[in-house]
Design a protein around this ligand. Structure first.
Ligand code: ADP
Length: 498
């Protein structure tokens, strides 16, 4: 079986796609010989079959990473790490069009979205962390005239990284950037639903000149390859982005093996709060973008919309009109805003939540049905008449489905905003700076947007309060998750102890 295959893109162009497991800068067959298919969510047909990594491949990848970490990589100076990351970013820029089309094909997101956001943001993230590579510093602590004490921010070692399918290459870059900048080595498992761009970039890693074993990429299932990473005795850290339920199992696996360090970026049920003094037209655009961007497949999606009662009716009518204008269609077409959901599993899950909402007595204001009869398309959906205890108000749906409710006072808004086991993000729309800051400070969420939504940036830390996660990605904050502090305390002389 060949380890590459030509894929033709629906809008024109093609790519020679690697299908193997990327270890030591080469693509390999799976040790167990298994393969799995990645499905095109627009046609429901397979795109290609890939080598399926299992525990044995994880073992090989971890061994390669360990060898690199203790060998060649150790001697690479920080400036050179920066050069590798910059070079990788250059190559991704060179191949940006291929990457955008590939991402769209595999995930179902619009090519315009991948080309305008996912790919450039992935590249920018790698460049940002390239800049940090030679700025990883320790401190000198003046404890006593007879000692010289300092700290070093050392890499953790072999980092297992497990990423989801909603922003495949962006999550790849968020994880690889800070890990490499701080001198770690990586065993990455891409999501089984969207393995193509991450695997493709293996080629670019080699071309960028990274020594073998520094970044290894495996495609395979969570319960096998993912679980093997989380439980591995020679993986020093695991960084995971995905569902809260799997996050818990990763923590358990870490606790039950070598107590590897764990960072988690998990689910959300984020409130989007609109005050009566907001710029309504602006607020509607951001509320629409907040829930429907990426087909609602965002951990930070603004899925609970709270509008102050004085403007509720007017807002709802205008929001419905706005959401109906979102073009649901084929990902490669230029004006498409919303493509299919990523998989049959997700499609069924979301449709299940929609049924659940209907049965619980919530009112479907728009949508509530499948869109078309081929592909995993779902109509943008708004529920009203919801109560706080309904499942659709409490659980993450991860689709183009939101609920809208009224609130009376600022105090009420904060109370309902915080009424969730999650705490990933929130937003406030108001023209009053005092309201904005008071509410932003009171919301228990890792990110609060004011008069915008989903404005992520590689310089700004991102992560969850409560059950939305542990640790922060992006910004300087992510470096702390990839370094460990060593204290060196030197006795200079003076009186002997005792
Ligand atoms: P979703 O439900 O959105 O698909 P998951 O949390 O299931 O998200 O998946 C996110 C990533 O975690 C994927 O790469 C998946 O293969 C992986 N994964 C799923 N289950 C496990 C597990 N038990 N252990 C480790 N990784 C897992």
């Amino acid at each position: 079986m060949s380890l590459t295959q030509k894929i033709d893109f629906p809008g024109g162009g093609s790519v020679e796609q690697p299908l193997g497991i990327f270890i030591n800068n080469e693509y390999h067959k799976a040790v167990d010989g298994g393969t799995f298919e990645t499905i095109n969510p627009t046609t429901e047909k397979p795109i290609v079959a890939l080598q399926e990594a299992t525990e044995k491949d994880v073992d090989l990848a971890v061994a390669a990473a360990r060898k690199a970490f203790e060998g060649e990589w150790r001697a690479v100076i920080p400036e050179q790490r920066a050069k590798y990351l910059q070079k990788l970013a250059d190559l991704m820029e060179r191949d940006a069009e291929i990457l955008a089309k590939l991402e769209s094909l595999d995930n179902g997101k619009a090519v315009s979205m991948a080309a305008g956001a996912d790919i450039p943001m992935s590249i920018a993230c790698l460049r940002y962390y390239a800049g940090w590579s030679d700025k990883i510093e320790g401190r000198v602590m003046d404890t006593n005239p007879d000692t010289f004490a300092y700290t070093r921010a050392e890499p953790i070692g072999v980092c297992g990284q497990i990423i989801p399918w909603n922003f495949p290459l962006l999550m790849w870059s968020w994880k690889i950037g800070p890990a490499i900048a701080t001198g770690n080595v990586v065993v990455m498992k891409v999501a089984e639903q969207t393995p193509l761009t991450g695997l493709y970039c293996g080629k670019l890693i080699k071309e960028a000149g990274f020594p073998p074993g520094v970044i290894n990429i495996l495609a395979g299932y969570g319960k096998t390859a993912g679980a093997a990473i989380a439980a591995h005795m020679d993986v020093d850290k695991v960084a995971f982005t995905g569902s809260t339920i799997v996050g818990r199992s990763i923590m358990k696996a870490a606790a039950g093996s070598n107590l590897k360090k764990v960072t988690l970026e998990l689910g959300g049920k984020s409130p989007n709060i609109v005050f009566k003094d907001a710029d309504i037209e602006q607020a509607i655009s951001w509320v629409n973008f907040g829930i429907y961007m990426n087909h609602g497949q965002c951990c930070c999606a603004g899925s609970r919309i709270y509008v102050q009662e004085e403007i509720y009716d007017k807002f709802l009518e205008a929001f419905k009109a706005r959401a109906k204008k979102n073009v649901v269609g084929l990902p490669h077409e230029a004006n498409t805003f919303q493509g299919p959901q990523v998989s049959k599993v997700q499609f069924d899950r979301i449709m299940g939540y929609i049924d659940e909402g209907k049965k619980a007595g919530a009112k479907v204001e728009i949508g509530g049905e499948r869109h078309g009869n081929e592909g995993y398309f779902i109509q943008p959906t708004i529920f009203s008449g919801v109560s706080e205890d309904m499942k659709i108000m409490q659980e993450e749906i991860f689709g183009p489905v939101c609920s809208i409710a009224k609130f009376k006072t600022e105090e009420d808004a904060i109370k309902v905003g915080n009424h969730s086991t999650y705490g990933l993000a929130a937003a406030v729309h108001t023209t009053n700076i005092n309201t904005a800051i008071r509410v932003a400070n009171a919301l228990r969420a890792g990110t609060v947007w004011v008069n915008n939504y989903n404005m992520l940036h590689h310089q700004l830390p991102f992560g969850g309060y409560k059950e939305s996660g542990i640790g922060r990605e992006l910004g300087e904050a992510a470096l702390a998750n990839y370094t460990q502090t060593k204290t060196v305390n030197i006795r200079l002389g003076g009186a002997l102890f005792g």
